[in-house]
Design a protein around this ligand. Sequence first.
Ligand code: GLN
Length: 484
Amino acid sequence: MRGAPGTVSALTAALRNGALRLPEVIEPYLDRIRKRNDELGALLHVFDEGARSRARELQRRLDAGDWPGPLTGVPVAVKDNISLAGHPTTAGSRILKGFRPVYTATAVERLEASGAIVIGKANLDEFAMGSSNEYSAYGAARNPYDTGRVPGGSSGGCAAAIAGGLALGALGSDTGGSVRQPAAFCGLVALKPQYGSVSRYGLIAFGSSLDQIAPMARTARDCAALYNAIRGVDPHDATSREDGAPVDVEAWSQPPRDVRLGVPRSWLAAGLDADVRAGFDRCCARFAKLGARLVDVALPDPSWAVATYHILANAEASTNLARYDGVRYGPRAAGVASVDVLYAATRGAGFGPEVKRRILLGTYVLSAGYRAAYYARAARARLALRAAYAEVLQCVDALLMPTTPTPAFRLGEKLGDPLAMYLCDVFTIGANLTGWPAVAFPVGRNPAGLPLGAQLCGPLGGEDLLLGLVHRFDGGEPLPLPEG
Ligand code: GLN
């Protein structure tokens, strides 16, 4: 975008040495939001006045010789399933229309403590269930590289905001691929942290054993800066932990000699788009040139992970979403005679069809007589998958694979076929079921100009390794933004 630096690192450097002043940095973003947000459907709520006054406050601190933190002045979008006290937080659902949380998510508090400016709340598939952002109750978001196509999901609004030049970074959430798949479709870097690395306090729960708040940006260095700001243990989330060290991508300026990257060769067979395959092959060649060793590995067929995920995630969703009953949150059905009817009428009107499908499936797999056949078996399948992944790590340092089977698809293309939508996540779900960290990154564009992505997935505590490798790969250079 003309007049404003295109990366977090360039912006913070210019603010630090006084080459730029803050109110002027924020205005081009607000301008662009005014011009493009209606078309892109990226942000559901825009905080223009809040962002301006925060920019003034931060500049006053800079003028006083203070440096608020590594994200000073960085405009970020926050997915609308992450709580911000006093501001609307809808999770993309009608059932939370008008809901304003009373506390702020720890990750957002930490982001702001590092100097970031939350510029708006981003669109998403309802309750983060989807892979195209078309299941939002507030309209689809669009891919800035081709507005006839989806930006991916469920953190589609976050991805559209960054690729559309409305923000420099974002916090999304990833339960089965929801920051990585949109990153692949929109040419971005996104990290799904190891389960527990980032507090979930203030994230509206979908599948609690899989959910992670997850940063998105244009380069590995920027993504690391966001991750470093939000990571670490939080007394409000008993599953959060202090594993590993902050990521230091600069320490990765040396070629990654002797790093062994495992490629699950059988996953590259049928069903993989030819452009995605070509991009992946180029990515492998480049890593080899950088000094990494590529090793073929065998992992279970990824379709197992999809089946396992949809049983576990929906089971957890069916219990997590039971709290939306019209009593405590959001709109309540009027003129009903009993509590049961109140619940049914509120949910019937408040949830969209995909969320209803998941609640029904989740309730079914947990119900008496079926629990052992579905839920308990899926829980065992998750353990088997973890064991298979762990075994592969005996001979490689991380896994390298495509992020998605295809580039961004057309709006409406998969709406009539839920299974086709679910299969968008075949390569991303493994990291959620194992709890491993994984990072998606751009590997160029196809002849039609659509971004192509690949993914590194690796050991517990491996965020530094993964982002360091991607930093070697991108050299701090983002994929150019589309015209528009
Ligand atoms: N697309 C996947 C789903 O619909 C993943 C969603 C997510 O990661 N939040 O379940």
